[in-house]
Design a binder for this molecule. Structure first.
Ligand SMILES: [Zn+2]
Length: 200
């Protein structure tokens, strides 16, 4: 005990000791450049698609595959779907949160199909050396089909898919699919966009 020293005169070392760092303070190590999830998923999807063409009757070469075949493929996938889509006669049609279950079929969710087509389209481009014109995954019919699935599921499930409406800036209405690679000359002209009537 030293009487001359108050508790505040020499408290240079009086700070409470900092808490020890938690043992797992380091961030998890970054995955090295193995295939990303997207890439591996894309390859899996591509294999599935080729397998489907192979099992098609009659067998279908990729070069002869059309947008209609792609739509067939998407419909075929519905049997593996997990998304309840109410039929129009169901009591829960249009209800996003039905109180009980029903016998309506399970389908592939539109979002899954949309993402799948995006991956397959990219895979096809890689396989064919960037030839987009012969890409059945990018066919107009496929786009239209996906849009119909989206609207039908939105109505049947009571879930609108157009949630993100940005009001900050008025952008010109673009199609629902962003162009992957802007080409200087678009092969098909936009004759009329039914959703884009706002500036007349
Ligand atoms: Zn139902």
């Amino acid at each position: 005990m030293e009487p001359g020293e108050g508790p505040s005169s020499s408290s240079a070392a009086g700070d409470p000791p900092p808490p020890p760092p938690p043992p797992q303070a380091q961030p998890p190590p970054q995955q090295p450049a193995v295939l990303s999830r997207y890439e591996s998923q894309k390859r899996r999807d591509w294999k599935t698609f080729l397998q489907y063409l192979k099992n098609h009757r009659p067998p279908l070469a990729l070069e002869r595959c059309s947008g209609a075949h792609v739509i067939e493929f998407l419909k075929y996938l519905d049997q593996f779907g997990k998304t309840k889509v109410h039929i129009s006669g169901c009591t829960f049609f249009g209800q996003s949160n039905p109180p009980s279950s029903c016998a309506c079929p399970l389908r592939q969710a539109w979002g899954s199909l949309d993402a799948l087509i995006g991956r397959l389209r990219a895979a096809h481009e890689e396989e064919s050396g960037g030839n987009q014109e012969s890409n059945p995954l990018a066919a107009r019919a496929v786009r239209i089909y996906l849009r119909e699935v989206r609207d039908a599921q939105a109505e049947a499930r009571g879930i609108p898919y157009q949630k993100k409406k940005k009001k900050k800036k008025r952008k010109p209405p673009s199609s629902s699919f962003p162009p992957a690679t802007p080409t200087s000359s678009a092969p098909d002209k936009l004759s009329s966009d039914p959703s884009g009537g706002g500036s007349s």
